[in-house]
Every structure is written in structure tokens, then in C-alpha cells.
Design a protein around this ligand. Structure first.
Ligand SMILES: Nc1nc2c(c(=O)[nH]1)N[C@H]1C(S)=C(S)[C@@H](COP(=O)(O)O)O[C@H]1N2
Ligand SMILES: [Mo]
Length: 303
């Protein structure tokens, strides 16, 4: 895996220093190549009760408590199961309704679009959450490069299918490969990242190495790991989760405390590393940035 050049300092900073230097930032903004993005990650609203400030979730928790069903449905020990995932060479094919379809070697992609740091909240549909300092670049840059045609309305992402490396894919409960999708305007939004790292280091396999999506206002399952293909398409893609359980997992999957999962409430969440539950925020706290994308839409119907 290539070293990240844009943020050398954090690569050599031990975690405890990294944390003490940066922990105050999560609540007020994302850090991008040393400068604050004051609008990218607003402080949580406090109406109707106290909402403590966000702090970074520990590196150990971010890399030790995961969802990656290609390996196992368990959340622990994925790092061990995935330790030998072959992430080099790795290519990402970008095609479909574009003028310039291209296949990128991962190292060329990262040279072309140098990663920056963004601290985002991550809210799993299972009602646990983290705050993660990602490295990545806006997906919009890659999409502009391949030039979507006027017919392109959605983006479909495909993860690696390789049952020899991914034992969970022997489980036929799910229709592999893992597929996810975004509407084109969601995909072009500046918050939407293709991530290649976290905590200033290259992504570990359990977090979706070498390249995964991060769409922080949506439930975590939208943030597909270990991407091998990106297609611009006309029809709304059917994700693995929509196919598995359509009444529970919709296409939009926007974080919304007012729309419960059929089997549990979404009004609060367990922040990993904290004792008390937190209130869940509409669009995971990113309403100011993304609410306009859904103006006039019924968020209960389009869950
Ligand atoms: N390919 C793939 N991507 C995936 C998943 C998966 O099982 N396979 N799980 C999703 C879910 S449910 C969540 S909550 C996040 C978890 O990301 P993390 O383990 O890096 O925190 O990854 C998402 N991306
Ligand atoms: Mo999740």
C-alpha cells in the first residue's frame, strides 16, 4: 500500500499524541491537510437535552469492532480473518454511462487525487456509532474525471468477490458481491469520500482496504468496503441489503431518528467508548450540508 504524502506528520505521530492534538476538533470541524473545515462537521444540536461533544473513537475500536460480512457476521476479530487480504495489485474500474471509462491502479488513483483528512461521525444502522479521522478524496473528483453522460442518474459500487479470500461469501444468505449505490447528486456531494486510510495510516483490511466509500449522513452499510468497480447507471441500483431485506433496508438509508428500523428504535445510539447513549441526529448531524438533497421527499417512504 502506498504511503500517503499529504499528511506526513500524522503518520509518524503516536496515537496518544495524535488524539490529544486532534480530539478537540471532531466537534467543530473536519481537518483537511492541516486546515479546519468549519462547515463540514457542525457541533451536535443540544435542544431537548445535553449532547456531549464528539471525540475521536480510539484506533483500537475503529480497527477492532467492524462489520464486514464477506469475512464473518461477527464484529470482532475481522482484522485477524482479513489479515492476508491481497490489496496489491488492486484496480478500480470506472465505467457505465460515462464518456471516459477508465481502470485505475489504486496507487495511480491516489497520486491523481491526493487524500486529505476528514473527521466524520459514523452511525451504523444497528444503533452504534463512532467518530473516525478518515483519509480520502471526494468521489466527485473521480466522477468528473470519467465524465458522466446526461443519462447517468445513479452510481453503483461493487466490492470484491473472492470466496477463496473471503470465507463469508460461502454464506449464500446474501447475494454477493456486496453492492451499494448513491444518487448522482449524493455521490457528487463534497462530504462523500473515497477513503484509503484512517488515523493517518493506510486502511487495514477490516476497514475496507484499499478503498472504501464514506457517506457520513447515511447508515454505515452504505459505506461499501474494498471497492473494485464503480458504474454510472440510469436505474436506482439494488444494494445487497435491499435484496436481502427490502422492508428493513432502503436505498436512501439516511440517518434519521424519526424513522425506526422495524426491529428497533433509531432515536438514540451507543457511541463506542462512551457509557451513556446519545440522541441520534437527523442526517447524522450533517443536515445543514445535505438536507437540501431531499427537499420535498417523504423520508419515511424513501427510507
Ligand atoms: N463490502 C462491505 N462493505 C461494508 C460492509 C460489509 O459487510 N461489506 N458493512 C457495512 C457496515 S454495516 C458498516 S456499519 C460499515 C462499518 O465500517 P467499519 O468497520 O470500517 O467501521 O461498513 C459497511 N461497509
Ligand atoms: Mo452497519
Amino acid at each position: 500500500m502506498k504511503k500517503i504524502k499529504a499528511i506526513k506528520a500524522s503518520e509518524i505521530t503516536p496515537e496518544h499524541l495524535y488524539l490529544s492534538r486532534r480530539k478537540f476538533i471532531a466537534g467543530i470541524g473536519a481537518l483537511a491537510a492541516g486546515s479546519l473545515f468549519l462547515n463540514a462537521c457542525p457541533a451536535p444540536e443540544t435542544s431537548g437535552g445535553e449532547q456531549p461533544a464528539d471525540t475521536l473513537t480510539s484506533f483500537d475500536a475503529v480497527t477492532g469492532y467492524n462489520n464486514f460480512y464477506e469475512f464473518t457476521t461477527s464484529k470482532n476479530g475481522i482484522g485477524f480473518l482479513a489479515r492476508d487480504l491481497k490489496i496489491s495489485p488492486w484496480t478500480v474500474e470506472v465505467g457505465g454511462l460515462v464518456n471516459k471509462p477508465q481502470t485505475f491502479a489504486i496507487e495511480d488513483l491516489l497520486k491523481k487525487f491526493p487524500p486529505e483528512e476528514r473527521i466524520y461521525r459514523m452511525r451504523c444502522v444497528e444503533a452504534w456509532s463512532m467518530v473516525i479521522p478518515w483519509l480520502g478524496f471526494p468521489l466527485s473528483k473521480l466522477l468528473q474525471e470519467v465524465e458522466p453522460t446526461a443519462a447517468a442518474k445513479f452510481v453503483r459500487f461493487t466490492a470484491l468477490y473472492d470466496p477463496e479470500q473471503m470465507p463469508g461469501q460461502e454464506d449464500r444468505t446474501y447475494d454477493w458481491p456486496y453492492i451499494e449505490g448513491l444518487r448522482l447528486d449524493e455521490a457528487m456531494h463534497d462530504l462523500t469520500l473515497l477513503s484509503n486510510g484512517l488515523y493517518g495510516k493506510a486502511l487495514l483490511p477490516q476497514n475496507g482496504a484499499p478503498l472504501r466509500l464514506v457517506a457520513p449522513w447515511k447508515y454505515g452499510f452504505k459505506s461499501i468496503k474494498s471497492i473494485v468497480r464503480i458504474d454510472l447507471v440510469e436505474e436506482m441500483p439494488v444494494s445487497l441489503w435491499m435484496a436481502a431485506s427490502p422492508h428493513e433496508y432502503g436505498f436512501y438509508a439516511n440517518v434519521n431518528p424519526g424513522v425506526d428500523h422495524p426491529r428497533w428504535s433509531q432515536s438514540s445510539e451507543r457511541r463506542i467508548g462512551e457509557e451513556k447513549r446519545r440522541r441520534t441526529l437527523l442526517f447524522n448531524g450533517y443536515a445543514e450540508e445535505v438536507a437540501h438533497l431531499y427537499a420535498g421527499m417523504d423520508l419515511k417512504k424513501n427510507f
